[in-house]
Design a protein around this ligand. Structure first.
Ligand code: OOG
Ligand code: NI
Length: 465
C-alpha cells in the first residue's frame, strides 16, 4: 500500500520524469540546481539547512497548471486530495494593469509541517475567468464556454480512483501504480491538432487564454526546483548559454534574512505542435508557452511583515522608475536596508515573521523568565524560522508576463467579474485554507507545547501582533 504522502512523492517524481523527456532544458535546470545546493551546503554547513533539510529541498518542486472551468477545477482537486494537497490561498492575477491575465489562482499543497517535511510538492493552479468582460465579450464567452464544456481534461477513471485514495488514505500497490500513470498522463503535452484560427483569436486577447481555452487538453506548464542560492544558479545557467529573464523576482540578495520567495525563469521554448488549418488540413508549427523556473524560499512573514513587504515593493517601483534591471536591484537593496531588520532577532521582536520555538536541550539554571524575547536570549527556547510555503501574486504575474510573446488586449473600462476564496471553495466543495492562519497556528502550537514543557505561561505579545 502507498499512503497519501508516498503517493505525493511518487507523483512529483513521475511528473518530473515526464516533464524532463518533454522539456530537456528542465533536466539541465535540475542538474544545475542540485550542484548549486551541494556546493552551498559544503560552504555553509552550519546554516544551509535553516530553512529546510537538504533532502527535502533537493526533492522539492512546484508545478503550475491552468484549467478552464469550475468543473475542471473540482475534478483536479480530487487528484490533489488523493496526494494530500489542499487548496491554500487566493491569487487574483487580473489586477496588474500592464499585464493581461484573465485568471484567478490557488495553490494545492500539504498543510501540516509533518507532511511538508515528508514531501512539500505544490501546484499553482489557475482558472480562466471567461465571464470577465474586460477580456471576453458575450459572444466570445459563449463560444469559449461551449468549447470548454466539450472537453474532458480529467477522465472519470482518474477522478474515481482519486476519490477512493482520498477516502482510504492511500492505494494498494497496483492501483497506486495505475493511478500515478493515468494522473501523470493528464498533464502530458498532447499532439492533438490545435485549431489555428481559434487559438489565434484567443491569443489576441491573452496568451494564457489561448493556452487554456485554445486547446482540448491541458499540460503541466512548468516544474520548479528549489535552490539555496538563486544568484549562483542564475550565473551558472547563463554560463551554460541559457537565456534567463532579466530579473530575479521578489526580494533582492542582501546581507539580512531572506524572506518570502525569490524566483527567476528562462524563456518559454518553441515546442513542436500540430495545427488544423481552416481548410481542414493538418500542418506542423510551434508554440512557446512552457518555460523553466527556479526558486529560493525564505522566511514566512506575518500579516504585519507582509504589509511592510507590499509597501516596500511600491517604494521600489517609485525609486526604480525608468531604471534598468541592475538599477532596479539597487533600488530594492536600498529599500530593504532602510526598512527590514538586519537579522532574525529583529524580525521576531517586531513581529514581522513566523517562527517555531522549542525548549533547549541544556536549560540554564534558575527560573525561566516570562517573556518570549528573554526566553530566547537567555537560552531557554530555540527559535527556528518557518519557511514560506506559498506564492507571490506580483512575482507570478511577472513570471507570466515575461514569458508570453504578446501582452494581449483588455478593455479596462469594463467591469471585472467577482472571484474570491468563496468562489473557489464553492467550485470545489472544499475549504480554501488561509496561509497566514496555517503559519500562525504552527507558531502558536510550538509556543504552547514549549510553555507546557517548561510549566510556565509565555508572554508572546510581540510574536502574535
Ligand atoms: C503560473 C505562474 C505562477 C509562480 O511560481 O509564481 C507560478 C503559471 O505560469 O501558470 O508558477
Ligand atoms: Ni512557478
Amino acid at each position: 500500500m502507498l499512503d497519501t504522502h508516498g503517493l505525493r512523492a511518487a507523483f512529483a517524481r513521475s511528473l518530473s520524469a515526464m516533464y524532463g523527456t518533454e522539456v530537456p532544458a528542465y533536466n539541465t535546470l535540475v542538474d544545475v540546481s542540485t550542484a548549486v545546493n551541494r556546493d552551498y551546503v559544503e560552504k555553509h554547513p552550519e546554516t544551509a539547512e535553516r530553512l529546510g533539510r537538504i533532502d527535502r529541498v533537493t526533492a522539492e518542486r512546484h508545478g503550475a497548471i491552468r484549467v478552464g472551468t469550475a468543473d475542471e477545477l473540482r475534478r483536479v482537486a480530487h487528484i490533489f486530495a488523493a496526494l494530500g494537497m489542499s487548496p491554500v490561498g487566493f491569487y487574483d492575477l487580473r489586477g496588474a494593469q500592464e499585464t493581461s491575465l484573465p485568471i484567478v489562482s490557488t495553490a494545492f499543497r500539504p498543510t501540516s509541517p509533518e507532511a511538508l517535511a515528508l514531501n512539500p510538492f505544490r501546484v499553482f493552479t489557475s482558472v480562466l475567468v471567461t465571464d470577465d468582460r474586460r477580456y471576453f465579450d458575450e459572444e466570445l464567452q459563449a463560444e469559449l464556454d461551449t468549447f470548454l464544456a466539450g472537453r474532458t481534461l480529467f477522465p472519470d477513471e482518474v477522478v474515481d480512483l482519486a476519490a477512493e485514495a482520498e477516502k482510504a488514505g492511500g492505494l494498494g500497490d497496483d492501483d497506486a501504480e495505475h493511478f500515478l500513470r493515468i494522473a501523470t498522463a493528464c498533464f502530458e503535452l498532447s499532439d492533438e491538432p490545435v485549431d489555428r484560427s481559434w487559438y489565434r483569436r484567443l491569443a489576441g486577447i491573452s496568451g494564457v487564454a489561448a493556452d487554456i481555452g485554445g486547446v482540448t487538453t491541458t499540460h503541466i506548464n512548468h516544474l520548479t526546483p528549489r535552490v539555496l542560492d538563486i544568484d549562483d544558479l542564475y550565473r551558472r545557467m547563463s554560463e551554460l548559454g541559457i537565456t534567463m529573464i532579466d530579473e530575479i523576482q521578489g526580494p533582492p540578495r542582501w546581507e539580512g534574512p531572506d524572506v518570502l520567495l525569490r524566483q527567476t525563469s528562462f524563456k518559454a521554448l518553441a515546442e513542436r505542435r500540430r495545427f488544423r488549418e481552416e481548410d481542414g488540413s493538418v500542418a506542423d508549427g510551434t508554440l512557446s508557452v512552457r518555460f523553466g523556473e527556479v526558486e529560493q524560499r525564505g522566511i514566512a512573514l506575518t500579516p504585519a511583515g507582509r504589509d511592510l513587504y507590499d509597501r516596500m515593493i511600491l517604494d521600489v517601483d517609485e525609486l526604480a522608475a525608468g531604471r534598468d534591471p541592475a538599477g532596479r536591484n539597487d533600488a530594492k537593496l536600498e529599500v530593504w536596508r532602510r526598512n527590514l531588520p538586519a537579522d532574525e532577532d529583529g524580525l521576531a521582536e517586531r513581529g514581522l515573521a513566523f517562527f517555531t520555538y522549542a525548549v533547549a536541550h541544556d536549560l540554564p539554571a534558575g527560573e525561566p523568565p516570562a517573556d518570549l524575547t528573554s526566553l530566547v536570549a537567555d537560552g531557554w527556547l530555540v527559535r527556528t524560522p518557518i519557511v514560506y510555503e506559498d506564492f507571490l501574486p506580483r512575482s507570478a504575474a511577472g513570471i507570466f508576463a515575461s514569458n508570453l510573446d504578446d501582452t494581449g488586449s483588455r478593455d479596462s473600462e469594463r467591469e471585472g467579474s467577482p472571484r474570491d476564496e468563496a468562489w473557489f471553495a464553492q467550485a470545489m466543495g472544499r475549504e480554501v485554507h488561509d496561509p497566514m492562519k496555517l503559519y500562525a497556528e504552527q507558531q502558536a502550537r510550538s509556543l504552547s507545547d514549549a510553555a507546557g514543557t517548561l510549566g510556565i505561561t509565555i508572554d508572546a505579545e510581540e510574536a502574535t501582533p
